[in-house]
Design a protein around this ligand. Structure first.
Ligand code: PA5
Length: 439
C-alpha cells in the first residue's frame, strides 16, 4: 500500500498566516459534524450505487475488459482519442504526466474542438493504417467529438476499405443508449462501456480514461491503487483531518465567508499542467450552480483558474500578490523529479546569477514555490500546498481521487448537486437551433 502519498499544508490559509483573509484554525473542529455528514452522504451514494466513481478502483470487470481490448489492439502504433470535457481531459492530464519514455505507442487527442485547422494538423500527422481510433462519448451524441469522428470514419473507409475500417475503431460509450452505441453495434466496433452511474467529469478512472492510458503503456493498476489508497484514507481518518476534506472546506469558506471566489491551482511541474485543466473542469462544472438541491435559486461556485509554476510567476503572480484579495492559490509540490540538472559552476562568473552556481533545477523550482507561497502570505493572500512525493501512476491516481472527493464534498457544503450540468445542456440546445436554421 502506498502510504501518505498526498499531504496538504493549509497553514497559509489560516488567520495565523494571513490575518482576516484566512480561516480560524478552529474551522476544522467546528465543521467536523458537517464534514462527517457530507462524507456519509458520499458513502451512501456510492454504496447504493447512485454514484459509481468512488468504486472505480475496485472495478475488476472494467479492468479485465480494458486489458483484453488493449491486447486486441496491440498491433496499432497510435491511438487517436476523440472526446471532449470529461471524456477527454482526464486521459490528456494523465498521459501528459505519465507518458512512458521510448514507448512504441502514442496517443493523439482531437475532437475537443470543431476547429478545422486543428483537425487538419492532426490528420497530417496520422498514418491511418497503423492508427486505432477511440471515440469516447458517454451520451454518444456530443457534437464536437462525434462530428470529428464522422469525418475520420469517412477517411478510414476510403483509405482502409469498407470491410476493414471498423476493426480500427473502438467506441467508449453508454452500454445501451445513444447514437454512438447504435453505430458501434451496427458497424461492429469493439466497445467499452461507461458506467451509467458515473458522470463524464468523474469518469477518468473508468474505460474513458483508462483504455487510452493502458494502450499507451501506462500502468493503470498502479493508478487505481493510488486512487484506492487515497479513498481508504478518506474513509478511515476523521474527515476534518483528510487533505481533500480540508481543501474542500477551506475553499468553500473562503468563497462563502470572505468572498474569495477565485481559486487558482498552480502545480510546480510542467507535467501537471493538464491536471490543472482537468481540475478546472471538475470544479467549475460540478459546483457552478443556479439551484440548491432544495430548488432554491443560489448561484454558487468559485471560479477555478489553471496556472503553472514557475512559469506563471512571470504572468499572473503580480495580480495575485497586489490585485484584489479575492482569491486563494493552491500549489502542487513534487518531492522528487525524475531528472535533475546542475547549474554549471561557471555561473559564478555572471554576477547576478552567481548565487545559483552549483544548485540544481529541483532546488530552484522548490525554492520558487516556497518563495511564492511566502510572499503571497506576506501580502495576506491565502494559499496552500498539496504535496506529492513524485509524479507516478500511483500519485496521479491519488490526485484524481483527491480532487473528485474534494469537489463532491464541496458540492455537499454548497448544498447543490455536483453531478448535473444544466447550464451546459442549455448551450448545446441553442447551438442545435442555430445549425438547424442554417442551410
Ligand atoms: O462532465 C460532463 O458530464 C461533461 O463534461 C461531459 O463529459 C462532456 O459534455 C462530454 O459528454 P459525452 O461523453 O456524453 O460526449
Amino acid at each position: 500500500m502506498i502510504k501518505q502519498m498526498i499531504s496538504y499544508d493549509s497553514s497559509n490559509m489560516l488567520r495565523s498566516a494571513v490575518g482576516i483573509y484566512g480561516a480560524d484554525k478552529s474551522v476544522f473542529r467546528k465543521n467536523a459534524v458537517r464534514l462527517n455528514k457530507a462524507r456519509k452522504e458520499l458513502e451512501k451514494e456510492w454504496k447504493t450505487e447512485q454514484q459509481g466513481w468512488l468504486g472505480c478502483p475496485d472495478s475488476t470487470e472494467d479492468i479485465k475488459a480494458i486489458k483484453a481490448a488493449v491486447k486486441k489492439c496491440a498491433g496499432f502504433k497510435t491511438c487517436l482519442v476523440l472526446g471532449i470535457g470529461g471524456s477527454d481531459l482526464g486521459a490528456r492530464a494523465a498521459y501528459q504526466a505519465l507518458k512512458p519514455k521510448n514507448s512504441a505507442k502514442n496517443l493523439i487527442f482531437a475532437g475537443a474542438n470543431t476547429d478545422p485547422d486543428e483537425l487538419a494538423g492532426v490528420l497530417d500527422k496520422l498514418d491511418l493504417k497503423t492508427t486505432l481510433v477511440d471515440i469516447i462519448s458517454k451520451s454518444g451524441n456530443t457534437i464536437e467529438p462525434m462530428a470529428t469522428f464522422l469525418i475520420v470514419r469517412e477517411l478510414m473507409m476510403k483509405r482502409l476499405g469498407k470491410e476493414n475500417f471498423a476493426s480500427q475503431i473502438i467506441a467508449t460509450t453508454d452500454r445501451s443508449s445513444g447514437a454512438l452505441r447504435e453505430l458501434a453495434d451496427k458497424e461492429g466496433y469493439l466497445t467499452l462501456s461507461v458506467p451509467e452511474n458515473i458522470g463524464g467529469r468523474f469518469s477518468v478512472l473508468t474505460p474513458v480514461g483508462l483504455f487510452p492510458l493502458a494502450f499507451a503503456g501506462i500502468d493503470i493498476s498502479k493508478m487505481l491503487a493510488g486512487a484506492k489508497d487515497f479513498r481508504e484514507g478518506f474513509f478511515r481518518e476523521k474527515p476534518e483531518n483528510n487533505p481533500a476534506a480540508q481543501f474542500a472546506l477551506l475553499q468553500y469558506l473562503a468563497d462563502t465567508e470572505r468572498r474569495q471566489n477565485i481559486h487558482v491551482l498552480m502545480p510546480y511541474a510542467q507535467a501537471l499542467s493538464g491536471m490543472s485543466s482537468w481540475y478546472r473542469q471538475i470544479w467549475a462544472e460540478s459546483l457552478g450552480k443556479k439551484h440548491s438541491v432544495d430548488g432554491e435559486t443560489v448561484h454558487v461556485g468559485s471560479t477555478p483558474i489553471a496556472a503553472l509554476g514557475a512559469t506563471d510567476q512571470h504572468s499572473q503572480i503580480q495580480l495575485y500578490n497586489e490585485g484584489p484579495n479575492n482569491k486563494t492559490v493552491t500549489f502542487i509540490e513534487i518531492g522528487k523529479f525524475a531528472h535533475d540538472y546542475k547549474i554549471p559552476l561557471s555561473a559564478k562568473m555572471i554576477k547576478p546569477l552567481a548565487y545559483v552556481a552549483g544548485k540544481t533545477l529541483q532546488q530552484i523550482i522548490k525554492a520558487e514555490r516556497q518563495a511564492t507561497a511566502a510572499s503571497l502570505a506576506d501580502s495576506k493572500r491565502p494559499n496552500s500546498t498539496i504535496h506529492i512525493p513524485e509524479i507516478s501512476a500511483g500519485t496521479i491516481g491519488g490526485l484524481f481521487m483527491f480532487f473528485e472527493i474534494a469537489t463532491a464534498l464541496a458540492g455537499k457544503l454548497y448544498g447543490i448537486n455536483p453531478y448535473d450540468q444544466p447550464g451546459v445542456e442549455a448551450g448545446k440546445q441553442a447551438m442545435e437551433k442555430i445549425l438547424k436554421r442554417e442551410p
